[in-house]
Design a protein around this ligand. Sequence first.
Ligand SMILES: CSC[C@H]1O[C@H](OP(=O)(O)O)[C@H](O)[C@@H]1O
Length: 344
Amino acid sequence: MGIENLPRTIEMTESADGRRTARIVDQRALPRDLSYSDVKTHREMIDAVKTLALRGAPAIGIGGAAALALYAENESGADDAAALLSELETVAQSVSTARPTAVNLSWGVARALEVARVAAAGTAAASAVADALVSDVRAMIEEDEAANRAIGAFGAELLGAGTRILTHCNAGSLATAFYGTALGVVYAAHRQGKIDMVYADETRPVGQGARLTAWELGRAGVPCTLICDNMAASVMAAGKVDAVVVGADRICANGDTANKIGTYGLAVLARHHGIPFYVAAPTSTIDASLAAGSQIPIEERAATEVSACIPQGVEVFNPAFDVTPANLITAIITERGVFDPESV
Ligand SMILES: CSC[C@H]1O[C@H](OP(=O)(O)O)[C@H](O)[C@@H]1O
């Protein structure tokens, strides 16, 4: 067992019929089945992101860029580079708004659009633009894994022997191209023999912790105890947690951080119990255009995610994320190093 047992979350390949394909792990089927979906159009990618087949901030950033590459290779009938670029400007709008909170999605789409613009400036052939888009998605995948391994290394330095971590949702290999951010810290520290236990919050309502984090850690051979979200306080009070490490979907200029709903509560609990609270994220998750967390758009999802049996006439509130203020975050771990939240 080890991280080599983990699947690659997204890869650009070709299907048997020769069409360009983004092969993704269909995370909706885990932990029951490890199955893959072959995404061939930008609308299929939008659907994969909206339905959480592909999820996790860095992973959907790569998916967003792949959507433009798939459009260019499989859908466009443009006669030349200029016409294709014009079509991609429209496609980019629909892809980048598939989910509002993780800045990585719009970051990945914007990067792809710039790759297309640069390619189109140097060629009249639409096929050359498509090739450039596919190549850059592959580069993005490699860069993301490298960033995660750097985050892991920096994060592991913060932890001592016998560390017990609590984490929330899935900021693991499945949320990225490979290796993960918060779980990247866990994997690096585990390799150094520092991890005694990882408490994984189930993470209501969609269960990314139970379905994905516990599955990943099991395959990687990392000790994991699954808990309900409402057990985190008691586990901390019992002195069983040495550090909380979570991912992020958007980090503002002042260090306020959006992450899976329930993260803010963990930060308050950690502060009450004197436990360090770390956010692990690549710099592509930083949105310096937003001054503070109050400006972060918070996705609200379907009521049916909360419960299958909702009494007639009962309202349901299902925000998928919340914002942790910078003053509750001990440090933000990026591929460039560890930073105070206010100076990230
Ligand atoms: C490193 S992934 C960041 C972030 O994305 C997850 O949200 P979702 O499962 O809805 O895509 C969760 O907030 C992770 O911490």
